[in-house]
Design a protein around this ligand. Sequence first.
Ligand SMILES: Nc1ncnc2c1ncn2[C@@H]1O[C@H](COP(=O)(O)OP(=O)(O)O)[C@@H](O)[C@H]1O
Ligand SMILES: [Mg+2]
Length: 463
Amino acid sequence: MTGALDGGVGDDTATDAGPPAPDPLLGHVVGGRYRVQRELGQGGMGTVYEVLHLGLGKTFALKKLSPEWAHDAEALARFRREAEVVARLRHPHAVQITDWETLDDGTPAFVMEHLAGQDLAARLEQGPLPWPELAQIADQTMSALEAAHRAGIVHRDLKPGNVFIEDADAGGGGPFVKLLDFGVSTVRGEKALTSRPVDRLIGTPAYMAPEQANGDAEGVTPATDVWAMGAMLFEMATGELPFPETGVMAVLYRICHGRPEQLRALRADAPTAFVEVVERALSREPGRRIVEMSVLRREVAGALATVASPSPSPSPSPSPSPSPSASTNPSTSPSPSPSPSPSPSPSPSPSPSTRAIAGGRRRWLWLGLAGLLALTASLVIWRWRATARSPVKASSPPASLSPAPSPSLAPGLAASVSPSPSPAAATVSPSPSPSASPRRSPRPRIPVDKGKPPRKPPPPLTP
Ligand SMILES: Nc1ncnc2c1ncn2[C@@H]1O[C@H](COP(=O)(O)OP(=O)(O)O)[C@@H](O)[C@H]1O
Ligand SMILES: [Mg+2]
C-alpha cells in the first residue's frame, strides 16, 4: 500500500516477519521518510510500528488505523481526534505525537515518540508490583490523567495495555510512565463521536466504571477514569482483577451490582489506608466514591508513604544535624564562627590601645607602689585574653580547644568555644562518611512528574 510504493527501501526486513502472512507494510517507506521496521503492538483501533526516520536516523512509533475501521467514518474521526488530543496534551507522562501521515491506500496514521520498554500489561505478567514501583507508576499515571482532566479530556480506556513503562534509563533509574491511547477519549464541550447504540459501550470491561458499563455515555466523567485507576491499583498490588469474572456480561453485571474482591486477602502487606482508598475509588456509593484524580493521587501517595520508600535507610539521619552544624561547626571551614574574628590579630603584639594603657600605667610606676601593682594587673589580663582567643581560630586543631580558658571570662568567646569541644568532634567526624551517604540513599517516596528518582532496586515482595 503506501509508502511501500514510495521506494521499496528495506525489503530485507519484510522477510523477518516469518511465515504467518507477513505484514505488507514492513520494510516499506511511509511518506517518503519513515521506514517501517517492525510491529510494536496492536490494540482495538490500530497497529503500532517502529519506524526509522531516514533523514534523522532516529526511530519513531507509527500508529495506523486498523483496516477493519478504515471505512468507518466514526472510527476515522475518532482516530484523527486521538492525534489532536494527544498533540494538545503536552505532559511528560503522556506520549508525544510528532507527525501525521496518510498511507498510500488512504489509511490514516500518526507518528509518536518511540518508547522503549514494556506496557504495564506485560509488566504484570511477572506478578504484582513491589510497593515502591507501584507507587511510582501510579503517581506518574495519575499525574498525566490529572492534566488530561484539567484540559477537559477523559481517557475512558485506562488499562495496563495503555500505560507504557519506559526502561529505567529513561526514568533516570526508576520506571517512567507514558500514558497511551486516547482513541476513545471524550473531550469536554465536543460533540460525542459515538452515535450508534452498539458503540456506546466503549472501553475494556474489567476497567469500566459502573456508569460506563451501563452504557451511559453522558455519565462518563473524570470519575470514570478514577474508577479504572482504582482497578489498576488493585491489579498492580495483587496481580488480580478486582472483578475477575471471565465472561464480559458477568464482569459488567458484578461491576454494576456487586463488590470487588478483598484486596487484603490477595496482598497481606497492603497498608490499610491503601486498601481503603482503592475501595473508595471502586465504590458505587456516590458519597463514598472518589471522583477526582487529584484526590486519588494524593490519597494513594499518603497511603503508600510508609511502604513506598525503599527499606528505611541504614542510617535514618539524612539530615539530623546538617544545618545546625553548618552554622555551628567550627572545623568544617576556616570561617566558622563570627566570634573569632572580632579580634583577629591578638597574639604577638598588644593592640595600640593596650599599649597606650600600659604606657600610662608605667608612668604611674614612678609615682608609687600602687602604680606598679596596676601595671602588673593589666599585663596579666592582656596575656590571659590572648591565650583565650587562640583556640577559636579556625587554624587551630580541636585539641587546642580543650585547654581553652575557663568559660567564665568573655561571654562572647565562651559562646563560640563551648559548643566546639565535644560537639565539634561529632559534627566534624560525620563528614567523612555518614553524613555523605544518607543524603543520597533515601529516594523520594513518591517522585513528582519530573520523575527522576534515584535508581534503587525495589525491595522484595512480601507474599
Ligand atoms: N509510542 C509507542 N512506542 C512503543 N510502543 C508503543 C507506542 N504506542 C503504542 N505502543 C504499543 O502498542 C500497543 C497498542 O497501542 P495503542 O495506542 O494502545 O493502540 P490501540 O488504540 O490499538 O489500543 C501498546 O499497548 C504498546 O504496547
Ligand atoms: Mg490500547
